[in-house]
Design a protein around this ligand. Structure first.
Ligand SMILES: O=P(O)(O)OC[C@H]1O[C@H](OP(=O)(O)OP(=O)(O)O)[C@H](O)[C@@H]1O
Ligand SMILES: O=c1[nH]c(=O)c2nc[nH]c2[nH]1
Ligand SMILES: [Mg+2]
Length: 151
């Protein structure tokens, strides 16, 4: 994918705080389930903003050799999601979201970013991203020197 949408740490905190505001009042939630690994940072921010200390994970590995493929659930938070927020960093094709919906039908499933193919599978999200654009998350990138244009 040649088009990129770069998210900084500040952006991630700002977007996730906006998501937290839409999850008020906090007293309606028993806790948060992060879809690891991408949902871990948003989950930490939501937990802080909403004062929730029960934070669990569902750990999914979705690769087949080097390609994205069949999802393998390594560890799962118990229950049907009732009273829980399930959070992931993004929904793209929607395959992870479909699985989450099956596993936690009663949860409120939210993401920070959504591409059109998966947007209808989440209850709420903050940023719309075109399908042909790759989201660069802050934990996957770093600041580096760039040569000036005249060189
Ligand atoms: O809508 P989809 O096409 O399923 O893509 C979205 C999923 O892909 C990424 O996770 P990934 O499986 O790459 O693993 P990671 O969270 O451990 O990085 C992202 O964090 C979402 O969970
Ligand atoms: O960092 C990422 N950016 C994306 O756009 C994406 N889509 C699926 N998984 C993804 N991971
Ligand atoms: Mg993920």
């Amino acid at each position: 994918m040649s088009k990129k949408f770069l998210i900084t740490w500040d952006n991630m905190q700002m977007y996730t705080r906006e998501l937290a505001e839409r999850l008020l009042p906090a007293t309606q939630w028993k806790g948060i389930i992060a879809v690891s690994r991408g949902g871990l940072v948003p989950a930490a921010i939501l937990a802080r903003e909403l004062g929730l200390r029960h934070v669990d994970t569902i750990c999914i590995a979705s690769y087949d050799h080097d390609q994205k493929g069949e999802a393998n659930i390594l560890k799962q938070a118990p229950g049907d999601g009732e009273g829980f927020i399930v959070v992931d960093d993004l929904v793209d094709t929607g395959s992870t979201a479909k699985l989450i919906r099956e596993l936690y039908p009663k949860a409120r499933f939210v993401t920070v970013c959504a591409k059109p193919a998966g947007a209808s599978l989440v209850d709420d999200y903050i940023v719309d991203i075109p399908q042909d654009t790759w989201i660069e998350q802050p934990w996957d990138t770093g600041v580096s020197f760039r040569a000036p244009l005249h060189k």
